[in-house]
Design a binder for this molecule. Sequence first.
Ligand code: CU
Length: 89
Amino acid sequence: MQEVYLKALGTGVYDKQKITVKRGIPVRLHFSAEQNSGCGKFFMIPKYGVQLVSRNGEEQTAVFTPNEAGVFEYSCSMRMFVGKLEVVA
Ligand SMILES: [Cu+2]
């Protein structure tokens, strides 16, 4: 299992602009959002069907297996917070 941490900050960005993981190994994503991050509370990785909501700063987790190498977007629900998920072979 690959453990990954990401936080949406009140300043309007994520604490990581890029996350790199290995293909074929399950990822446990730990997501949290600062209370003043607005729609940053709503997180998604469309490519892997991940959707999480951290309403009160709590950590939410999702497990998925990145089965395709490439660079995919993660973002808030309105794509104001944006980052890149890099999946390497
Ligand atoms: Cu947004």
